[in-house]
Every structure is written in C-alpha cells, then in structure tokens.
Design a protein around this ligand. Structure first.
Ligand SMILES: Nc1ncnc2c1ncn2[C@@H]1O[C@H](COP(=O)(O)OP(=O)(O)O)[C@@H](O)[C@H]1O
Ligand SMILES: [Mg+2]
Length: 216
C-alpha cells in the first residue's frame, strides 16, 4: 500500500487489525468476515501488526522483547494464555533461534536493552517479535522509515525471505518504488480511498502512477 501522507494507509491497517472500527465496508480474511473482531481475536487468527515507529519495549532486553511476542502462544497454536495456564507449552527457545537465524544481529545483542539498538536493529526486533506468533499475515507499517539505506535493503530482503517461507505480507511504504519492486500487488491510496490497484509490475509501468506517486 503506497500513497501520500495522510491518505489513510495506517488507518486501513488499523481497521484490518481491529484497532479501529470502520464505519462501512467489511474485512475478509481467508474468506471469513472478521469485521468488528477484537485485536486479540485477530492475533489468534494469525494477523500480526508491526506498527509505525516500531514500538519495541525499550527498557527490556532484545530477548525479553522476543519472548513478549510469544506471550499468547501455547501448545503450538495461537491462543490467549488463560489465567490458570500461564506457562506456554511450546518451546519458545526454538522460536527465538529461528528469529536469530533470520536476524543474526539480534542474537549478538540479545542481552542488550532494546532502547540501545539503532533504528534498523529496532525494526528487525519489531518484525522478529511479531514473527514469534508465526503469523499467517504480517502487516508492516512503514518498516523503512528512518532507516539508513543499508538497513532499508536488508529489511526488504528479510521481508522477501519471510514471505517466501509462507507468510503473507501487507506492507505500507513511503518508499513506493522499492515496495512495488518487491511486492506482487500494489494499492495506491489517495485521500481515504484506493485510486489504483493492480499487479505491482503494472503499477510501476503505469504513467499516471509514475507521474503522481513514483516521481516520474
Ligand atoms: N477512510 C477514511 N475516513 C475517514 N478518515 C480517514 C480515512 N482514512 C484516513 N483518515 C484520517 O486521515 C488521517 C491520516 O490517516 P493515516 O492513516 O494516518 O494516513 P497515512 O498512514 O496514509 O499517512 C487520520 O487522522 C485518519 O483518521
Ligand atoms: Mg501512516
């Protein structure tokens, strides 16, 4: 999802995740109408949002942030941990190792407070924390915002890898051209509505989209 500031991209993500109630329309996920469900119910269904600005727990360590991501995981399935059964049954360590293999820098820094990481590292941690839930759909709001160019490339590469392992990705990006180069489909937002939608490669070649949204 691309488009100018204030077009409603973040609002759309929040509506999909149940953080906002849309006034009209419905949200379908794997054929099911999920409109009006609470965010925690949608997390159980496998939707997981990495919000704009990352929002890692800065005073907790990298490892603790990842463990918090798995707070609702039990028995290898997604379910809210009941009061009686607060101990997740599945091996959190195994999940953590998977994240570490995707983002080795997080392993190196696992005992560091998340607040001491660079923006790029925090973005990886925020994505890693979301992956602890093994989401079916990972929603990313502006993952490249404020990152140095090296990290932008790396984050996009990792997103591609996560996708190739079977997780669907819905990404909002200011970096429109790059997003379309990586994506299968694109949606161009314009003041609260979708102005264009198509296969990403077609949008990259669309004159109107190029002039207005991709800088010519
Ligand atoms: N479809 C909509 N209907 C009403 N208000 C909207 C709609 N989409 C966005 N807004 C409002 O527009 C503002 C900017 O939206 P936001 O989603 O943050 O934009 P973006 O992420 O594209 O920069 C917010 O105050 C939001 O409440
Ligand atoms: Mg936004």
């Amino acid at each position: 999802m691309i488009g100018p500031n204030g077009a409603g991209k973040s609002t759309a993500l929040k509506a999909i995740c149940g953080l906002l109630n849309p006034r009209s329309g419905e949200v379908l996920f794997q054929g099911e109408n999920i409109s009006g469900k609470q965010p925690y119910q949608l997390v159980e269904k496998g939707l997981c949002l990495v919000p704009e600005g990352r929002r890692v727990f800065t005073s907790m360590t990298v490892l603790e942030n990842l463990e918090m991501g798995a707070y609702t995981v039990s028995s290898g399935q997604l379910s809210v941990v009941s009061r009686k059964n607060r101990q997740p049954k599945i091996d959190i360590r195994q999940l953590v190792e998977k994240i570490f293999s995707l983002f080795p820098v997080l392993k190196e820094r696992q005992k560091q407070k998340a607040g001491t990481l660079s923006s790029g590292e925090q973005q990886m941690l925020a994505i890693g924390r979301a992956l602890m839930l093994k989401p079916k759909l990972l929603l990313l709001d502006e993952p490249s915002l404020g990152l140095s160019p090296n990290y932008v490339d790396m984050v996009f590469e990792r997103i591609k890898e996560i996708n190739s392992e079977g997780t669907a990705i819905l990404i909002v990006e200011q970096n429109a051209r790059m997003a379309l180069e990586y994506a299968d489909r694109g949606y161009v937002f314009e003041i609260g509505k979708i102005a264009f939608e198509d296969e990403a490669k077609n949008l990259l070649e669309n004159d109107e989209v190029r002039k207005s949204f991709l800088g010519g």
